[in-house]
Design a protein around this ligand. Structure first.
Ligand SMILES: Nc1ncnc2c1ncn2[C@@H]1O[C@H](COP(=O)(O)OP(=O)(O)O)[C@@H](O)[C@H]1O
Ligand SMILES: [Mg+2]
Length: 223
């Protein structure tokens, strides 16, 4: 799906955080949102994923003006098209790895439901095969990151929103998650990653520098 933002601005607590950001994220590619800490990468990612409303400007997805969406349309977008790999992983720690991937269980939660083949594939691709019965709380940081990605693979999400995926990963896990994002994009999906990891930026086809919302700083940066 083609995600386009035109002149979007956001203020938080009366302070401008995003000021007229314009970017376009194409299907089949990875886009890196880059900038120093505090520049608004996470805020921009949340706006593009419809987790945070914008104050000005508009966002379209495949031409649909999503900034006009009401709560029900947003929920449909999250359910049908989007997957998130955010910094707190968004996992249910007490639930099993398998449940965290399929998000479906029998009444009373006795048995994880969902498509077994797709589940096996998501576990295999992320190196979590054999771990499906374990609670998510048993996983290391890198494994949790991969579990969040396994959910996106299982879901066959068309857009993946990722926030600083490699911040706390060792070299092996880093390479593995970067390869997984690359594969995800190569299968025609749209991958948007907030990051300051140059290895990820190098793997991305496009790169968007998030300018500071403070006009004075922006002027200096542009000179
Ligand atoms: N919920 C919030 N409440 C107050 N300030 C926030 C909130 N979210 C973000 N900010 C502020 O907005 C700016 C951009 O934050 P963020 O998008 O997290 O930047 P980055 O991801 O580039 O480090 C920062 O100055 C941050 O303090
Ligand atoms: Mg951030």
């Amino acid at each position: 799906m083609l995600v386009e933002a035109q002149d979007i601005s956001v203020a938080i607590g009366g302070r401008p955080v995003l000021d007229s950001e314009t970017l376009s994220c194409r299907p089949g590619t990875m886009t890196a949102l880059v900038g120093p800490s505090g520049s608004g990468k996470t805020t921009l990612l949340h706006c593009l994923g419809l987790l945070l409303p914008v104050d000005r400007g508009r966002i379209t997805i495949d031409g649909d003006v999503v900034t006009d969406y009401g709560a029900a349309a947003r929920r449909r977008f999250w359910r049908d098209h989007a997957a998130f790999v955010l910094q707190d992983y968004g996992l249910m720690d007490e639930e099993s790895v398998a449940f965290n991937i399929t998000m479906r269980a029998s009444p009373l939660g006795r048995r994880v439901l969902g498509d077994r083949e797709r589940l096996a594939q998501a576990l295999g691709r992320t190196g979590l095969a054999g771990r499906e019965e374990e609670p998510a709380s048993h996983l290391s940081g890198g494994e949790k990151q991969r579990l969040a990605l396994a959910r996106a693979i299982y879901k066959q999400a068309r857009i993946l929103f990722v926030d600083e995926p490699t911040a706390s990963l060792d070299a092996a896990n880093r390479t593995m998650v970067i390869d997984l994002f690359t594969d995800f994009a190569a299968s025609g999906r749209t991958v948007i990653i907030s990051t300051h990891d140059s290895e990820i930026v190098d793997a991305c086809e496009s790169r968007h520098e998030v300018a500071s919302g403070r006009p004075a700083e922006r002027l200096v940066n542009n000179q």
